[in-house]
Design a protein around this ligand. Structure first.
Ligand SMILES: [Mn+2]
Length: 198
């Protein structure tokens, strides 16, 4: 029987305490508990549109600001995902997509490369979104790319509503995760790299 693509992660620092569990071959079920409602809304998007089951329980020093909590969430979820991906045999590996959300269009290209990289071409037209400093969102994606060991390029092509712009970034990442991590059955024992390892 195939090994399940499930993992758990726990991380505790003086700033945050985070537990998360991912199941790549899930149904997009999630239970997200963080001190920041807008971030709950965004993490639910990741789970729902990637079909990755995601449990998150997080507390953090949000009395200072959301920075540590949001960044550490990105790190913790990315790390859990990297563990759950196993040896990457059979996965599509690459995904690229433009995702509309009303007036907004955002593109993501993703490579489950084993090499962390974030290109972030997103300008948010408000200083705060859902009560969170807009600059913190890039930290989430950077930390996620680092610990998930993925190459991720996200570009907001156009749009005017700040909520739509950032939500479309999370949604397009989710769909690219789904597409890149899907296993091609007929090639499920082949690692998609000429190096033989990723
Ligand atoms: Mn929304």
């Amino acid at each position: 029987m195939k090994q399940k693509r499930i993992s758990e992660n726990f991380r505790k620092t003086s700033e945050t305490e985070i537990y998360c569990k991912v199941n790549i071959d899930g149904k997009g079920l999630n239970k997200i508990i963080t001190p920041i409602p807008f971030i709950n809304h965004m993490l639910e998007q990741i789970s729902k549109h990637s079909y990755i089951d995601l449990d998150v329980k997080c507390s953090g020093d949000v009395d200072i600001d959301a920075h540590h909590t949001v960044e550490d969430l990105g790190w913790c979820i990315g790390e859990a995902l990297n563990k759950a991906i196993l040896n990457k045999a059979g996965i599509n590996r690459f995904a690229s997509l433009s995702l509309p959300m009303d007036e907004t269009l955002t593109s993501c290209s993703l490579d489950v490369s084993g090499r962390p990289w974030l290109e972030w071409k997103v300008i948010l037209p408000k200083e705060k979104i859902g009560g969170v400093d807009a600059e913190v969102f890039q930290e989430f994606f950077r930390a996620f790319a680092q610990s998930a060991k993925m190459t991720i390029h996200i570009e907001n092509n156009y749009g005017s509503n700040a909520h739509h712009i950032i939500e479309s970034c999370f949604k397009v990442l989710a769909v690219c995760l789904k597409n890149s991590l899907t296993i091609i059955e007929r090639n499920s024992d082949i690692i998609p790299s000429t190096k033989g390892v990723i």
